[in-house]
Design a protein. Structure first.
Length: 437
């Protein structure tokens, strides 16, 4: 018998075989979580930061490649068109007007100039008469061997803020037109001439020096001048004949506060060719001057302990108008003016019928007003503005009483000056007059 043929299985094409039996994917072995010694499962650690960075870099590179091909096909993006309406701030955010330098304001009339803002005047120390005076102060400090040099800026008044070794100068001293306006409004300009300006610069330098070296924390300083923690008063009652304080600025300013006592004493000591040993011989204030002389020998070659270039209330940022500034200043200076009575006026003038053809008393006072103010201010150290306010009240009262002049100018003018001086000094000594700070 013929041998039986073995049945051979016919092989199918690979494509058909793949349809019926899909190839098994190679799966990674499932990692079992490790167990701690206690038997609890431990969380699997996340990939490190280094590994993450590499994956991100790869993704970024692939994105860059794609964007390059796409960007070449894109059209250039049109710019956004801005209109005046889109540039306006929203109603909730209302912006303040920025300072803009005015042109030709020095030739404006007084009423128009008073409505100008101080920040719009474009005032600077450079190029003004203040620059050579500051240079002279630096020379005085150098002659004494000081390393310290204060910085300066324009503001509303003379002052040196706490913690800042610098000096603020009134803005009106930076321009002749503003000095003229100050004279019209306040009848005097503090620091207008060279001598008075140097007095104020030396005084304020003492405050700046105190901020730089902190002398007021020393016990020996407090023994001579008092505690610096004393609160600054709004007004003070001076004692004109006290010899415990030096005489430098008007209104016996050294008596207002321990810091002012220090500043006045230092200013007298710093002034060149100041024979303070002879001038204050026998005065208790001489001990303060000797202490300042000893202290400055110790510290004048040292660098300041605190040094910064900060400022406060710069004129370039003062948005108040000149009218508002002088209204506030006149209100402060006009407080507590000396009083007069009708009997004082009737001693100077007369309301008798036989003198009714003579010159009116009010007209006479207007004619000699500035001369009287200068005489009384020189002998009483009173503010010119206060004396002027008293004269204005006297003019109004003379018209109400219908007073007339009975004597010639040579007799009447000295008596009128003496009357006003008596009014100021009597109020001063009675304790009813206080000097405003």
């Amino acid at each position: 018998m013929p041998a039986k043929k073995k049945k051979t299985r016919r092989k199918r094409p690979a494509a058909r075989r793949a349809k019926r039996r899909p190839a098994r994917r190679k799966t990674a072995k499932r990692k079992t979580r490790k167990k701690s010694r206690t038997g609890r499962r431990v969380k699997r650690k996340r990939p490190t930061a280094r590994r993450r960075k590499t994956t991100r870099r790869v993704k970024k590179k692939s994105r860059k490649k794609n964007t390059r091909t796409r960007s070449s096909r894109r059209r250039p993006r049109a710019r956004r068109r801005t209109t005046a309406k889109s540039r306006r701030p929203s109603r909730g955010r209302r912006q303040a007007a920025r300072p803009t330098t005015l042109r030709g304001w020095a030739k404006w009339p007084r009423e128009r100039l008073l409505d100008a803002r101080i920040c719009d005047l474009g005032l600077k120390i450079d190029g003004s008469e203040l620059k050579p005076r500051i240079r002279r102060l630096y020379q005085e400090l150098k002659a004494r061997g000081f390393v310290f040099r204060p910085h300066f800026w324009l503001s509303d008044e003379w002052y040196s803020p706490d913690g800042i070794p610098g000096i603020a100068i009134p803005f009106y001293l930076a321009h002749p037109r503003l000095k003229q306006l100050e004279k019209e409004q306040m009848l005097e300009v503090e620091g207008s001439d060279r001598e008075s300006c140097m007095k104020l610069l030396r005084h304020e330098t003492a405050h700046a020096l105190l901020n730089a070296y902190r002398f007021h924390r020393r016990r020996d300083w407090q023994q001579h001048f008092g505690k610096s923690s004393t609160k600054y008063p709004d007004t003070y009652l001076p004692q004109p004949y006290s010899k415990r304080y030096v005489l430098h600025l008007a209104n016996w300013y050294a008596q207002s506060h321990p810091h002012e006592d220090w500043a006045e004493t230092f200013a007298v000591w710093l002034k060149p060719n100041s024979d303070w040993r002879k001038r204050y011989k026998g005065w208790p204030a001489l001990k303060k001057l000797q202490y300042v002389d000893q202290l400055m020998k110790e510290f004048r070659g040292r660098t300041p302990r605190y040094s910064n270039r900060r400022t406060m209330l710069e004129a370039a940022r003062m948005r108040t108008t000149l009218r508002e500034y002088y209204a506030d200043k006149q209100a402060r200076y006009g407080q507590d003016s000396p009083e007069f009575f009708d009997r004082d006026l009737k001693k100077l003038f007369s309301d008798a019928p036989e003198h009714r053809t003579n010159e009116k008393a009010s007209r006479y006072i207007r004619r000699v007003r500035m001369e009287i103010i200068d005489i009384v201010a020189r002998w009483t150290s009173e503010y010119d503005y206060r004396i002027s306010e008293v004269l204005k009240e006297m003019i109004g009262r003379c018209d109400e009483l219908n007073l007339r002049v009975t004597r010639n100018d040579q007799e009447l003018k000295p008596e009128m000056a003496a009357c006003l001086t008596m009014l100021v000094m009597s109020k001063l000594h009675s304790g009813g007059f206080h000097v405003s700070l």
